[in-house]
Design a protein around this ligand. Sequence first.
Ligand code: MN
Length: 251
Amino acid sequence: MLTEERLKGRPVIGILGNRIPNEHRLFAGSERDYVNHDYVSAVEKAGGIPLILPITESIDTVVSALGLIDGLLISGGYDIHPSFYGEEPERRLGYTDQHIDRVQLACVRSAVKARRPVLGICRGLQVMNIALGGSLHQDTSIVSEGILQHMQDAHRWESAHTVRISANSRLSRIFGESCRVNSFHHQYIKDLGPGLIQTATAPDGVIEALESEDEEYFFIGVQWHPEMMLAGDDVMLPLFSAFTREASLES
Ligand code: MN
């Protein structure tokens, strides 16, 4: 068991992972549970203890594991099946896995119910929005006029575009009025779920961050990949530090 002494006051951050087909020919047909190492290293750098949460067969299993953690980090991944926000698949929809969707949506709802701090990244932000009743544009090409390049062709740590940050948001206390972010998404938020507010916006109007309208509750989603930007410099570290600080209040 994890004991108070062994944790040394550091919050345990559950990183909700993903599942991919194993491409090694010896094990063809099997799958791997994984998270990219950038998430692990970001949590550790911000003083947290990373704990990878797998996509289990039963939703109850991973939801029960939320009892072990002080904060929930939702990693990036595949597209979410549009049936979860009441739409049919458009032609530009990418690969989907509805079991991963169901597990992650249940985890977000359970974390919200328990008021555990949540930080969602890229697909993580999209899962947070859909869990609370929001929807997505399935591809940037569907609303093409004036839309910037949101799938950058450059190193993962390099910034691509700016975002304007809403005053009085948690993000504005971390980054001020604006910041530069990387961009690796072809989908983006259409309608925000009830109880959520838009707190960062790209110059083309794309929603780049959301927060809970409940100022007391840490529930932040960002469309960019701050954990990847840490491979370049520490500009994004304060976001993870704010998250682990909030989670440590829970521990
Ligand atoms: Mn973007």
